[in-house]
Ligand binder design. Structure first.
Ligand code: TPP
Ligand code: MG
Length: 293
């Protein structure tokens, strides 16, 4: 696909995302790290619509728009084809939302990970099916209001632990990253690019429209998520060596819940459960990192 907007840069300014879209920021940093020799494979989701209408794509790299369930399988095939053509230095980036990763994309992703396909799979996680109108996914946190879990009955289940699932496949590299910590994100993707086999990045991407916060607060919300340990930053090598990334001082969770309208229906009980989930996940992560040290 040709980009008629910007020739030199991997991502131009003319996308159609909402103001403050974390997923748009995420791609800009990802392509900064991976460079122009990147092929992007993306399923349905906000990204496949706000990329723009051909030939006015905001991306200056080739993009394949694929059926929802097939991202990792298509990326595997594309990489095999490039290899066969002697183009081993080119990177295949599978780029899917949480719906396209945690839910509908997981079987193809699991298959690719089990075969250890040489791809980078990034899940930009905005914690719901945003493109179709904010429906809950298995990445949506407990107590969240979405259009399918309304204020009268916010989501009762907790978020699925996708990194543990990917680590359990024993893939060479898995990590979390956030749009609020771009240096860390770029270091991780640069590292992923240098490793052969399946690499998985769980990338936190705020969504002002779905999370009901001001667009200018997207990075701030992402920063508080890391500080409050809602979304800690870490890496897992070969599925067994867990390592915490540089983390800021710990802060209470209250600001995180208050700043977003999606948690407005959370009573004190659900808030306590949310906090409890965060604490338990954090303790478990610390244990894994200590055991690996
Ligand atoms: C097989 C299939 N089912 C449903 C849809 C409708 N659909 C398009 S985008 C989307 C939401 C995707 O959510 P997510 O992967 O989290 O990405 P986001 O929109 O949040 O960026 C859905 C359900 C589809 N395109 N294909
Ligand atoms: Mg989503």
């Amino acid at each position: 696909m040709t980009n008629t907007v910007l020739k030199e840069k991997t991502m131009g300014p003319g996308h159609l995302a909402c103001a403050g879209c974390g997923a748009a920021i995420a791609m800009r940093h990802a392509l900064e790290a991976l460079g122009p020799k990147t092929y992007v494979v993306m399923p349905a989701g906000c990204w496949s619509t706000f990329i723009g209408i051909y030939p006015y794509s905001c991306l200056n790299v080739p993009v394949m728009s694929v059926a929802f369930a097939t991202t990792a399988a298509t990326a595997s095939g594309l990489k095999a084809g490039l290899d066969r053509s002697g183009r081993q230095e080119e990177t295949v980036l599978a780029w899917a939302g949480d719906g396209g990763t945690f839910d509908i994309g997981i079987q193809a992703l699991s298959g690719a990970a089990e075969r250890n396909e040489d791809i980078i799979f990034v899940c930009y996680d905005n914690e719901a099916y945003m493109n179709t109108g904010i429906q809950r996914s298995s990445a949506t946190p407990i107590g969240t209001v979405t259009t399918t879990t309304p204020a009268s009955a916010p989501k009762p289940q907790k978020k699925k632990d996708i990194v543990a699932i990917m680590a359990a496949h024993g893939v060479p590299y898995t990590a979390t990253a956030s749009i609020a910590y771009p240096d860390d994100l770029i270091v991780k993707l640069t590292k992923a690019k240098s490793i052969r086999g399946t690499k998985f990045l769980h990338l936190y991407a705020s969504c002002p429209t779905g999370w009901r916060h001001a667009p200018e607060l997207s990075v701030e919300v992402a920063r508080i998520a890391v500080k409050s340990r809602v979304f800690p930053l870490y890496e897992v090598t070969d599925g067994e060596s867990w390592q915490l990334s540089p983390m800021p001082e710990k802060e209470p969770i209250d600001a995180y819940l208050k700043i977003q309208g999606r948690f407005k229906a959370m009573g004190p009980e659900r808030a306590a459960e949310f906090q409890n989930n965060v604490d338990r996940s954090w303790q478990s992560l610390i244990r894994k990192c200590r055991n690996a040290a």
